[in-house]
Design a binder for this molecule. Structure first.
Ligand code: 3SL
Ligand code: MG
Length: 239
C-alpha cells in the first residue's frame, strides 16, 4: 500500500487522488477545530473556500441552527458567529447545529481532496482513532497537509509523521513517497513534547502573538478526542 503526502493543499491539488483515502491535516487550527466541533455534537461542518461561499452555503442550507465560523489572518470574520478557536465550539454553542466554516488554508484542503474516494479530517487530537480507521480500511492513503499560505507547516508535518508511524506496521508492504518519509523523520527527530513542537513552529508563534497561546496548547493534545469526521457530500459528519 502507498502513503503519499502533500505538504500543502496546493501540492495536493496537482496529485491524482482518485481511488485513495484522503486525510486532511491542519493542526493549527482548522482540523483541530472541526474535530472539536463534531465531538461537541455539531450536526455537520461544511468546509468552504471563501467567506462569500460560507454566507451562500448558509442561505442554501436553510436549516435551523446554521452558524458561520472561520478566520482570516487568524481572526474572526466580520459578521460571523465564531472564529477558528476550538474553545468556541462547545456543546452549548454548536450542539445539533450546522457549522459552515471557511479558513485560510484548512478548509481549502478539503476542496483539494474532492477527487478522493473517502476524506477524513485529522489532528493530533483524534490521531489514534484516524489511524485505526485507516488500518481497518487497508487502502492507499493520501495525506494532505494544509500548510500555511502555500508553504510547509511543521505542525502539520509533525502530525502526519505521527499518523504514518502508527499505520505503517512492520510486516506490511507500505511504500512511502518522499514527503511521507520526511514527515516520519521529522516526527521521530523531536525529543520534546507535542506542545514544544507546535509552540516553536512559525504558525504556533504567530498564534501566540495573536493571543491564542491556549489554542496551541489545546491543539497539542494527543488522542484526547475519539471522533473521526468524514466527508459526506459537502459536509463533514461523524463517521
Ligand atoms: O489556515 C487555516 O486554515 C487556519 O487554521 C489558520 S489559523 O490558525 O486560524 O490562523
Ligand atoms: Mg495550519
Amino acid at each position: 500500500m502507498n502513503v503519499d503526502l502533500s505538504a500543502t493543499w496546493q501540492e495536493a491539488s496537482r496529485v491524482t487522488l482518485r481511488g485513495r483515502i484522503a486525510v486532511v491535516i491542519d493542526v493549527l487550527r482548522a482540523t483541530s477545530t472541526i474535530v472539536t466541533a463534531i465531538q461537541s455534537g455539531a450536526r455537520e461542518v461544511i468546509p468552504v473556500e471563501t467567506p462569500e461561499d460560507a454566507r451562500l452555503a448558509a442561505q442554501e442550507t436553510g436549516a435551523d441552527g446554521v452558524v458561520l465560523g472561520g478566520e482570516r489572518g487568524g481572526l474572526k470574520i466580520e459578521g460571523f458567529d465564531f472564529g477558528n478557536s476550538p474553545y468556541e465550539y462547545t456543546p452549548h454553542s454548536v450542539g445539533g447545529k450546522t457549522v459552515v466554516m471557511t479558513t485560510t488554508n484548512g478548509t481549502r484542503a478539503f476542496a483539494a481532496a474532492r477527487e478522493a474516494d473517502i476524506t477524513f479530517a485529522a489532528a493530533l487530537l483524534n490521531i489514534g482513532s484516524v489511524a485505526n480507521v485507516l488500518l481497518h480500511e487497508g487502502r492507499d492513503v493520501a495525506v494532505i497537509c494544509a500548510g500555511t499560505e502555500g508553504r510547509v507547516s511543521l505542525d502539520d508535518l509533525y502530525c502526519a509523521g505521527a499518523l504514518i508511524e502508527r499505520i505503517v506496521t512492520p510486516g506490511c508492504d507500505w511504500v512511502l513517497n518522499d514527503g511521507a518519509r520526511l514527515a516520519v523523520h521529522w516526527y521521530g527527530s523531536n525529543t520534546g513534547t507535542s506542545f514544544d513542537v507546535l509552540a516553536s513552529c512559525a504558525h504556533g508563534r504567530r498564534l501566540a502573538e495573536l493571543g491564542f497561546h491556549r489554542d496551541v496548547e489545546y491543539c497539542s493534545g494527543v488522542d484526547t478526542v475519539t471522533v473521526v469526521p468524514v466527508l459526506k457530500g459537502r459536509s463533514l459528519v461523524s463517521r
